[in-house]
Design a protein around this ligand. Structure first.
Ligand code: B4P
Length: 186
């Protein structure tokens, strides 16, 4: 059973790698960023509420993202495994996920930290140019990553679930290192 959580700063390549591996293993790729952007484009109440946070590079409130993830993990296609990309992003979300997975009798998830220096992610995101990829917003996202999300590295390290992969290499080399790291962690 393959259950993987991707951690890493904005622009680390979580979405890029998660998409490729989910296709390769034929399991769902669950990206909270993609679900939020979809809600936004459909102008659902969730999307409208999330927009103000996303435009500023702030985290969307835990309760909204947690409800979204709970609904998605309850769908039947998650039984054979999944890749979570962009969740959890806070210690509160991580504790929520731990309980949810216990209730769903799903465990044994591996956590991958994609390690990439700030200058590299800033350059990548400026090149990508999504609506939230302006220099000021990227710096805010990095600040929040450091204060809210990076404590998860210790959180999962102490639980012996963490593997670290160098995200500052070509796409193909990151994928190869990821596959090797996940296989050797099993
Ligand atoms: P996300 O959609 O999760 O976006 P991200 O962290 O910016 O990007 P990612 O790391 O996936 O980078 P990617 O592969 O695309 O979040 C957006 C927003 O949604 C957040 O700021 C927040 O507001 C909200 N949100 C999401 N989840 C939340 C949660 N759990 N709680 C609260 N709020 C939440 O790669 C970036 C670029 O780099 C691409 O152009 C790619 O082509 C390039 N790239 C990737 N790997 C590369 C490589 N090896 N070499 C060169 N370029 C590479």
């Amino acid at each position: 059973m393959t259950r993987i959580i991707f951690l890493g700063p904005p622009g680390a390549g979580k979405g890029t790698q998660a998409k490729a591996l989910a296709k390769h293993w034929n399991i769902p790729h669950i990206s909270t960023g993609d679900i939020l952007r979809q809600a936004l484009s459909e102008q659902t109440p969730l999307g409208i509420e999330a927009q103000t946070y996303m435009d500023k590079g702030e985290l969307v409130p835990d309760r909204l993202v947690e409800a979204m993830v709970e609904e998605r993990l309850n769908q039947s296609d998650t039984k054979s495994g999944w890749i979570l990309d962009g969740f959890p992003r806070t210690v509160v979300q991580a504790a929520f996920l731990e309980k949810l997975l216990q209730n769903l009798s799903q465990g044994g998830e591996r956590v991958v930290n994609l390690d990439v220096p700030d200058e590299v992610v800033i350059e990548r995101l400026l090149q990508r140019g999504r609506k939230d990829d302006t220099e000021d917003v990227i710096r805010r996202r990095l600040q929040i990553y450091r204060s809210e999300t990076s404590p998860l590295i210790d959180y999962y390290c102490t639980r012996n679930q963490l593997v670290v992969v160098n995200g500052n290499q070509s796409l193909e080399d990151v994928t190869t290192e990821l596959e090797e790291a996940i296989a050797s962690a099993d």
